[in-house]
Write a protein that binds this ligand. Structure first.
Ligand code: HEC
Ligand code: HEC
Length: 257
């Protein structure tokens, strides 16, 4: 088999892995009703404006004119905001606001972004693709592949987290909801990088979120165990096999060049 045929084989493996998705993932609508935006503005002025400025222009904290509904929802729903002091590192804890207050503040920040002409990423609606999967689940396989390539170096292949240089703690992914995982991917809570539409389509973000949630909630008395990986082993083997082929191809091409 020449390099051409090998490249073909690799493409075929990846095509199967990448193409196997479900319906395209949609973003959740954010309210544009004045009653919600005004309620959000009042909460914002009382709890956020001291750091983010009146109208989101920034002051002790960053401006919020292009962060998008996803960032607003992520930072509020994971309790990272409001921060007690601008010098603290935001960490995940119990949310300060209830869900309807969060929706109002998100509506207000979204309205600011839209008015400014630079709306950031919306909130992805991640529907579990294989809730009752017994056999192979293509979406979970795809999420598994993308997670291993893009997230595992920091979060560990098990999702258990770890440490970065400079003493940053990488959190376990056990607490996050599917929506929050998708938001984190698009938003990139510092020092995590963000992954834009050029890197992952909404459908790929959805597959990763679905997979991470599955990984954290798969019944396993030992915690986050990748060994007990029910529906996905075929995809997993596919990834290893595909990567092996890629390495082989790059060697062949390298030797010729
Ligand atoms: C005491 C100051 C302070 C308060 C109060 C505060 N924030 Fe923040 N906020 C910050 C700082 C500082 C950051 C940057 C954190 C980082 O990147 O490590 C931040 C980051 C954010 C981000 C992410 C911005 C980005 O560019 O990704 C959002 C969204 C946000 N805050 C929303 C809010 C909302 C909504 C409230 C009110 C409920 C609020 N914050 C209250 C200081 C504050
Ligand atoms: C360079 C290292 C790095 C990479 C790569 C990375 N992350 Fe993160 N991630 C972090 C750090 C550090 C935090 C904590 C940031 C904070 O709390 O503000 C984080 C936070 C998160 C959170 C929030 C968890 C919670 O409960 O609050 C989720 C979800 C997440 N990452 C998912 C992912 C996914 C999915 C990928 C791959 C697409 C990924 N991360 C890639 C370092 C990374």
């Amino acid at each position: 088999m020449g390099p051409g045929a090998l490249v073909g084989a690799v493409m075929a493996v990846f095509a199967v892995l990448v193409w196997s998705g479900s319906a395209p993932a949609q973003t959740k609508p954010v309210s544009t009703a004045p009653v919600h935006i005004q309620a959000g503005e009042a909460l914002y002025n009382a709890h956020c404006a001291s750091c983010h400025g009146i109208g989101g222009v920034g002051s002790k904290g960053p401006e919020l004119l292009n962060v998008g509904a996803a960032a607003a929802d992520f930072f509020l729903a994971t309790g990272r905001m409001p921060l007690a002091s601008p010098n603290l590192e935001p960490v995940s804890h119990k949310p300060y606001f209830n869900p309807s207050q969060i929706a109002d503040i998100v509506a207000y920040i979204n309205a600011l972004d839209v008015e400014h002409g630079t709306p950031g990423p919306g909130i992805l609606d991640v529907t579990p693709a294989c809730a009752n999967a017994t056999g192979n689940c293509p979406t979970l396989s795809e999420g598994n592949q993308l997670f291993l390539l893009n997230c595992a170096q920091c979060h560990d292949a098990s999702g258990a987290g770890g440490m970065l240089s400079h003493g940053y703690v990488v959190p376990s992914l056990r607490q996050a909801t599917r929506t929050q995982i998708a938001e984190a991917i698009r938003v990139g809570p510092r020092p995590m990088p963000n992954f834009g539409p050029g890197q992952f389509t909404n459908q790929q973000v959805s597959a990763i979120a679905d997979y991470v949630y599955y990984l954290a909630h798969t019944p396993d008395p030992g915690g986050l165990g990748i060994a007990n990986f029910g529906p996905v082993p075929e995809g997993f083997v596919g990834v290893i096999f595909g990567l092996g082929l890629l390495l082989l191809v790059s060697r062949l091409i390298g030797n010729r060049g």
